[in-house]
Design a protein around this ligand. Structure first.
Ligand code: ADP
Ligand code: NA
Length: 330
């Protein structure tokens, strides 16, 4: 039987992914190549919903793609494409927006969260309709499964509702995608505020370990990570969120279990743990950085890989769009 198809996307909004993106999402994308028919997108259309700089966007889109290849997405097995190169995304999003209720869209909590800064009135309509574009991203590929973190559950629910509604109203067109819950997805917290998630929108860059940062810079951030006044290296996310986060990162990057690490660090101090973790990070990022750089050093080859990805994506997306257009009477 054919492998279940999966679709996921990542925004190119910073020049480097952080360890949270990698351990929480991208690492699983790589693993899913073994079990799924994988479609992954650098979602640059989503990246312009909250204001952006064109030169920076073009650059970070390329860097994002280079990093994704560098961490192990294999262009032979995966369709990796840049969203704006597949016009069907915007086209299907329009159709879906016409079957989405205004009230329904207004209930999306991510818009509420993200528009807090500018105020809802000053936020773009694109930020408001972002989940509808996301639904189009998924439905165009007839994806069976979508890997989701907690923050994306509501959007996937909307996608499922829209697929079912369209199918009911116009005739069976879309696969209704199921959430794919990844076991052992590491949730990485901010080094400076270990109760908050590590995020590119964190208040301080000191809290984020970037895959493409100079290891000396990451070592410094790890050294100054917030811990607590105790001395023992124990895994206790409630009482010791800082130390526990360091253990989670350490375990995930080395494949060692947390229990094993706690045992190995018995009688040692936070300084030892931080020093060793800095080395683990340095070793982990070195080959990724080298491979990313070699993709960026050959822009013609990177463009070619992305053009092939876009062509493979369009081969699927254009069939779905044509069918949806037929159904609605275009
Ligand atoms: P950010 O929160 O930095 O803006 P995104 O929202 O672009 O990152 O997330 C991209 C992917 O990385 C998503 O699948 C998200 O669930 C995952 N992710 C982001 N931050 C973390 C984190 N701190 N721990 C685990 N996964 C994360
Ligand atoms: Na986010």
């Amino acid at each position: 039987p054919a492998r279940p198809r999966v679709l996921s996307g990542i925004q190119p909004t910073a020049d480097s992914f952080h360890v949270g993106n990698y351990l929480g999402a991208v690492r699983n994308w790589v693993a899913m190549q073994e079990t799924h028919d994988t479609f992954y997108s650098v979602v640059d259309l989503h990246a312009i919903t909250a204001g952006h700089d064109p030169v920076a966007l073009r650059h970070s889109t390329r860097v994002a793609a280079a990093q994704l290849f560098a961490v192990g997405l294999d262009p032979e097995r995966t369709t990796l494409f840049v969203q704006s190169q597949v016009p069907e995304h915007a086209q299907l999003a329009w159709v879906l927006s016409c079957i989405t209720g205004f009230g329904e869209a207004s209930r999306m909590t991510q818009f509420k969260d993200k528009s807090v800064k500018q105020g809802a009135d000053r936020s773009s309509v694109g930020l408001f309709t972002y989940p509808i574009l996301q639904a189009a991203d998924i439905l165009l590929y007839q994806a069976d499964a979508v890997p989701v973190g907690e923050d994306q559950r509501q959007h996937l629910e909307l996608t499922r509702d829209l697929a079912q509604r369209f199918n009911t109203r116009f005739g069976r067109t879309f696969t209704v995608p199921a959430p794919y819950i990844v076991r052992d997805t590491a949730k990485i917290t901010d080094l400076q505020d270990p109760t908050a998630k590590m995020s590119k929108s964190s208040s301080s860059p000191a809290g984020i370990i970037m895959l493409l940062d100079d290891p000396a810079k990451s070592a410094k951030k790890i050294r100054s990570a917030v811990t607590d006044t105790g001395r023992d290296i124990l895994f206790d996310p409630e009482q010791k969120p800082g130390v526990s986060n360091l253990l989670v990162i350490y375990a995930a990057l080395t494949g060692r279990s947390i229990d094993e690490l706690v045992e190995a660090y018995e009688g040692k101090g936070y300084g030892d743990l931080k020093k060793d973790l800095a080395e683990v990070v340095a070793e982990f990022v070195r080959p990724i950085q080298q491979r990313t750089q070699s993709y960026l050093d050959d822009p013609a080859q990177l463009d070619k890989l992305l053009a092939i990805g876009a062509e493979k994506a369009r081969a699927v997306a254009s069939v779905t769009l044509r069918e949806a257009y037929d159904r609605v009477g275009f």
